[in-house]
Design a protein around this ligand. Sequence first.
Ligand code: DGL
Length: 272
Amino acid sequence: MKIGVFDSGYGGLTILKEIRNRIPQYDYIYLGDNARAPYGSRSFDIVYDFTLEAVKALFARGCQLVILACNTASAKALRSIQQIDLPGMDPTRRVLGVIRPTIEILPRLTKTGHIGLLATRGTVASHSYALEMEKIAPKMKITELACPMWVPLVECNEAQSDGADYFVKKYISQLMDMDPLIDTIVLGCTHYPILLPKILKYAPDEVHVLAQGARVAESLEDYLHRHPEIEGRISRGGTIEYLTTESTDKFNALASLFLDEPVKSTRITLST
Ligand code: DGL
């Protein structure tokens, strides 16, 4: 069986890359729902329906474990899928998200206890980061800001263009104005690390910018260590298969740029 990595589009590739760097021995399937991306401004019900369809598709292709490498899906669909759908579908499979592992590392990174969260409208509206933080470090202050222009910039391959500077600077300045004591900015959307060079250009020097990939990879490795009954079912061929709901030509071209290696994808259709 395999490890499935799911995102609305290309963003999850930033997580996949780090996971494969850290634990390359397993077999993986990546699924990008590019035809329906972005998810960030969609309602709870729609993100939940789309995410459940994706999880079912990955299970049908032999995934033992699916990582929702998408904050929006983790915020809006993870709990329901874990608690309501999974027991009826197959209680031996697992679905994990990216928010909890990210939250767990924050108390070690911040000195001021003031965190900035940049994410999609959906993730910000869910307050999932603040709610999770409340459980483990209630004294921390999280200031949340939605950056609705960032995902379209990435999905349209404009992340390195001069035009992108305007929107990167705009949201970083807005966040720092909301709370000048912020010393750690969390990129709470898996698309955002693709804008990292520009984000670092506009973030104050003393502020730490956290991209989630390495942390999620570390947490997954630890999870597999602690769950040999899951780990033992995952095959170790070191392969990767790419699935997209959009045109494969488009996906192959852009995904290859993000991953610095050739990508050959297969198109699939998701439906309930
Ligand atoms: N990359 C996803 C996230 O982490 C979703 C972006 C989107 O589809 O709006 O939130």
